[in-house]
Design a protein. Structure first.
Ligand SMILES: Cc1cc2nc3c(=O)[nH]c(=O)nc-3n(C[C@H](O)[C@H](O)[C@H](O)COP(=O)(O)OP(=O)(O)OC[C@H]3O[C@@H](n4cnc5c(N)ncnc54)[C@H](O)[C@@H]3O)c2cc1C
Length: 462
């Protein structure tokens, strides 16, 4: 960065809004993913929309690329600065601005932590249904930029479903106020939805308006043992037809073993060992619900779909069952997992797991593969654990070699190479497996309109 650019920066940011120490550059320079090293030139902390506009105009003038950064829990290197970019961190734009109980709209700044939104909603007697293992550190700006999914998508959908309005500063430095929390707005293209999931490549979110909803009624959690993953869909259909299913997750026995090894306080839900476990969460909507759950559970058992199972009897037990699923990412992280997050149509998910596992095992017989994910919405997380004798670099290289095999499978199944973690830097060279050349060309044209000088998150997605 030139001296002139630095001097110019100091005309609109105070000294304490700029950080450049080596530890700060490392901390703020990358997300959770392991594939790319952090190499930013500076970290800046805007405190209001005007700071963001000034930053964009400054970046255009001095040709300095900017990387928007939230809670840095992203898994695709979309918030990683590898090339001397300036990281724009939203930690100080972290205020709840307004709650309108008639509209049920909560207005926040982008740096508000996702869990803070969940807690605020709960305190007011309402509900924000986007939920995943990183809610305690991800920021709303990051979740909107990735269109985060998580464990409740099967009933409530993705982040996109809950964003009623957005204020954005584009790469041209223009401020836009999109949809303004209108329920009905038939005025042409909905730019709000274009910005949601854009991975910080089109603009910076400076204000987010969130549609809250009513709290679910009492929830029950079931953990069911399965020998054959295809039976997970028989179970899902059986419950979904009669009840409101709020989560439908699966994990392999190997995944559970890793969680139990890392968390001595947790125990297996039942003694019978199964190849896979299905975690179902259902809403008890009224009298007779408890009996209905037991009857459906018996049906699944009698049909031979499940080998064993438990139904939570209190909230502590529900929490313990959820921990078996929620702690997987954290429990396998010491094994340097190479993560893939893919999706296929729900009805094809079990078959996809089976055929893909066969392909991986044939090519890489020594690899330990941990499968888990949101099977109720067709989203599968494939985690390859690093063998002890391979260096991290060798391991990543080999895994990237295996990616082509995996994504050829995905293309065969008409699936997506990234279900909810985004493309970022990590998946961009594989985008062609999920998007046609014509589509990618349109995406590039859109980027040019929003960001004519290519200064916001350049090189991400494509
Ligand atoms: C243990 C674990 C479990 C996870 N589980 C899930 C899951 O179940 N479902 C799921 O969807 N994800 C999951 N994730 C991934 C991650 O938490 C989500 O992608 C989350 O939405 C990222 O939010 P963040 O604030 O950390 O964003 P970051 O990682 O900081 O950034 C993500 C993207 O948002 C952009 N961005 C950030 N702030 C802004 C802003 N104000 N304006 C414009 N762009 C911005 C960045 O440039 C980047 O492109 C998980 C991650 C971990 C570590």
């Amino acid at each position: 960065m030139t001296d002139a650019a630095l001097k110019d920066l100091q005309t609109f940011l105070t000294a304490n809004q700029v950080k450049g120490s080596a530890p700060d550059l490392q901390t703020y320079g990358k997300d959770w993913s392991i594939y790319h090293a952090a190499n930013p030139s500076l970290i800046v902390f805007p405190e209001n929309e005007k700071n963001v506009v000034d930053l964009v105009l400054w970046a255009r003038k001095h040709k300095v690329p900017l990387v928007p950064s939230g809670g840095r829990t992203g898994l695709s290197s979309a918030a990683t600065a590898t090339n001397k970019e300036v990281v724009v961190a939203f930690d100080r734009m972290n205020q709840i601005l307004d709650f309108n109980e008639t509209d049920l709209v909560l207005t926040v700044q982008p740096g508000v932590i996702t869990e803070t939104v969940q807690n605020f909603a709960e305190e007011k007697g309402y509900y924000y249904p986007v939920d995943f293992a990183a809610v305690g550190s991800s920021q709303m700006g990051g979740t909107v930029a990735t269109n985060a999914g998580g464990v409740k998508v099967v009933k409530y959908g993705l982040t996109r479903n809950w964003i009623s309005g957005l204020k954005v500063v584009t790469g041209a430095g223009e401020s836009l106020y999109l949809n303004k929390s209108l329920k009905k707005n038939a005025t042409g293209y909905d730019l709000r939805h274009l910005l949601i999931g854009s991975e910080g490549t089109l603009g910076f979110f400076t204000q987010i308006e969130i549609q809250l909803t009513n709290q679910p009624k009492e929830l029950k959690v079931l953990v069911l043992g399965l020998e054959h993953l295809e039976n997970s869909l028989d179970v899902f259909r059986t419950f979904n037809k009669k009840m409101s299913v709020t989560a439908c997750e699966f994990f392999s026995h190997q995944a559970m073993e890793k969680v139990l090894a890392a968390h001595a306080k947790l125990s297996a839900p039942f003694e019978t060992q199964a190849s896979f476990y299905l975690l179902l969460e259902v809403e008890q909507t009224g009298e007779g619900s408890a009996e209905l759950i037991e009857a459906l559970f018996s049906d699944c058992f009698e049909n031979g779909w499940v080998s064993d199972g438990v139904i939570s009897q209190n909230s502590q037990q529900s929490e313990n069952f959820w921990s078996l699923r929620e702690y997987i990412s954290e429990s396998i992280s010491p094994f340097t997992p190479y993560k893939n997050d893919v999706s296929v149509r729900v009805s094809r998910a079990p078959e996809f797991v089976k055929t893909t596992q066969e392909i991986i095992q044939k090519s890489y017989p020594d690899w330990e593969v941990i499968w888990f994910g949101h099977i109720g919405d067709g989203n599968l997380h494939i985690n390859i654990l690093k063998p002890k004798d391979l260096s991290r670099e060798e391991f990543i290289k080999k895994c990237q070699g295996a990616d082509d095999l995996l994504y050829q499978q995905i293309a065969k199944y008409d699936g997506s190479i990234s279900a909810e973690h985004g493309v970022g830097l990590a998946k961009k060279k594989f985008l062609h497996y999920s998007r046609s050349p014509e589509e990618i060309e349109i995406l590039k044209q859109i980027k040019k309109i929003f960001d004519p000088d290519n200064i916001i998150n350049p090189g991400k997605i494509f």
